[in-house]
Structures are given as structure tokens and as C-alpha cells.
Design a protein around this ligand. Sequence first.
Ligand code: NDP
Ligand code: MG
Length: 380
Amino acid sequence: MKGIALLGASGSIGQNTLRVLELYRDRFKLIGVSVHMNVEMLFEIEKKFNPSIAVITSQKEPPGKLKAKVLKGVDGLIELAENPEVDIVVVATAGTIGVFPTIKALQCGKRVALANKETLVSFGPFVKKVWDETEGEIVPIDSEHSALFQLIEGRKKELDRLIITASGGPFRDWPKEKLENVTPEDALKHPTWRMGRKITVDSATLMNKGLEVIEAHYLFDISVDKIEVLIHPQSVIHGMLKLKDGAFLAHMSVPDMKIPILYSLTYPDRLPLPIVKPLDLIEYKKLEFYKPDYDKFPALRIAYESINEGGTVPAVMNGANEVAVHAFLDGRIKFTDIPRVIESVITSHKKGSGNTIEELVEADRWSREEATRIIENLYR
Ligand code: NDP
Ligand code: MG
């Protein structure tokens, strides 16, 4: 029996994780969960799973009495991560807060099942150091990284390059000129995956792929020039290894996050997942691949440049992107302003080494302030 902490239980990954846990009540016990604004959901979760700890990261109060012990804020997440009954911490919160329970879980020698991208994108140099120095492990949930994680074990010496696939988002076939007029509604129509709003917009700008290149660099200790992005509209192949002899290994499945979530909990074992209809290749008929268009989607180029710079630059890029995406969703800036805002913020940043958590937190804070300032001045 493994004890599970589920951070971000009310989100898209969180809800999928609950469905997986429901299937295997004999193997997993939900010890604690966290929510941010959706405190009502704690009652639903309590009815089904009866966790002993509930963390609320926003200022909200639950509308009634919970049986679970209620903890608050980032300190609550850290306390849950170090609870001795917890073996696996599923980090599925949005935003940079995920790094703190991740570090604590690693320091306690636990498994982190990692969905949250910011943890590695913004805090990569520091998290990697903690990961190397402790007994803890990181098993990725993001579908592309889960695919690569499964392919790469024992094969690093044979490797020529890693390939991360991208659906290409809803604007893959739109002419560049039309992107100026994209509405939030257009951007939220993802062709293959159902996800939270912020990551759906990141998929439309291709920043999501940029974040994934950075994550892959830290997760697999592979230099960035050996990580390639390939547009694959069907989202059937999630990751590939190109080997030295020219052979490719690919990981294929239907686009459903429950598959990588279950694997992150059971690795190195694999269990059946009867609630997901398996891949039927005949149904697809064809699988296509294209080179990404860096001119139409500058966010991907910016992400490559940021990780090549390294240090605090990816943290700054991520912070600026998050602020810009929310401004776009609120109708304050255009879709095509998102990469413009990020580039302006990076240009005025003085790069640091990123070796301490304090420096990375400060870079993140500064980039958000700078992005907010730039956005306020954009349409004055
Ligand atoms: P959602 O927006 O659906 O859910 C986010 C979760 O985090 C919710 O539980 C939300 O709580 C909570 N949350 C929001 N803001 C904060 C905050 N400031 N502090 C603490 N918790 C907060 O996102 P997703 O589930 O789509 O994504 C979660 C993470 O996983 C992201 O980092 C994303 O990039 C990554 N990811 C997601 C994938 C997907 O398929 N969805 C795939 C790969 C990675 P509440 O709802 O109660 O406010
Ligand atoms: Mg992904």
C-alpha cells in the first residue's frame, strides 16, 4: 500500500489522478490533497477517499466542517509532502508553488510524480542539485516526458537525440497574419488534449513545447541541441529516441493523461487501465510529422534561447509568459503580444547563475513585475 499526496487535486491532472486512484484502492491510499480556490471540492473528495489532510493554498475557507485536518498555504504543502505516511507526492498544482513540496519530498527520499512544469523550467538548476544529492526520485507525468522516461532507461549511451512531439495546437494551419486576431476562445480549443486554461494557451503559442524542451533537458541530463521538437497533429506518438544507428524507438498511446499518471505511481511496474480505450491504429489511418514553424510561433525559439542562456533566464521567461497568458485570457493583450512581452522582459533581465532557490524566486518575482509593467504600457 502506497500513501499518496495529491497537490492540485481540483485541476485537470488532479481529477484524472483521482480517477486512477479510484481504480486501485487496494494499492494506493490518498493521505492528503491540496486545492486552491475550489474548496468545495474537498467535500466531494472526502466522501470518496477520506484523506486525513486537506491543504488550502488560497485565502478561502471551507464552507463547512471537514473531517480532514486543514493546513494552509505553501507551508501546508510542505508539511503534507514530509508526512511519514506519504510515499509519493503528485505535484499537479499550477504555477511555481510546486517547487517547494517537490524539494521537501526529494529531501525526504520520496518519489515525486511531477506534472507541474514550472518546478523544472524555473528552478531547474536548484532542483537538479537537490535531486542529485538526495535519495528522492522524480517520475514525470507530462506525457512526452513519461514516454521518453520509459524509452530512455538503459539506452543513454545509444542515443543520438530525443524527439518531443507537439500537436501543433489549434493554429497549426492558420496563416501568420491571422494570429494577430486570435481570441481566447479560439486559443482554448485544443485539437487533441483536454487541459487547464493556461497550458492550453501555451499549447497554442507552442510555449508549452518550449517548456517541455527545458524540462527534458533537466530530467534526462541531455544537452539542448540533442532535443528536437516535431509537430505530430494526431498526438499518438508522444516521444521518440533516435539512436546512433539511425533506428527510432517511439512511445504510442491515445492522448489521455491517465496513462502517464498511473505509470508515475506504479513504475517500475505496469498495471492495466481498463477506463481508457486503447489505441486503435486502424482508426487513425495516417500519422503525420512536420517541422515546427519558428517564425509563426516565436515562443518555441525563445524557449530554446532561454535554456541555452541558462541560469535565471528560463525562470524569467516562464514568469513573463504566465503573466502574458493571463493578460491575453483577460482580453488585455493580443495573442501575438505574448512572445513580444516575454522577449522584452528577457532583454532587460540581468542574468544570474540560478544556483540558489532565493535567486530563482527573485528572478521569477522580478519577471512578473516587469511583464505587468510592460503590459500596462502596451496600449496606453
Ligand atoms: P488546472 O488549471 O486544471 O489545475 C491547477 C491546479 O492547481 C488546481 O488544483 C488549482 O486549484 C491549483 N492551483 C491553481 N493556482 C494555484 C496556486 N497559486 N497555488 C496552488 N495551487 C494552485 O491545471 P492542469 O491540471 O492542467 O495542470 C497542472 C500542472 O500540470 C501545470 O503545471 C501544467 O503545466 C502541468 N501539466 C498539465 C497537463 C495536462 O494535461 N493538464 C499535462 C502536463 C503537464 P483550484 O482549481 O482549486 O483553484
Ligand atoms: Mg505535454
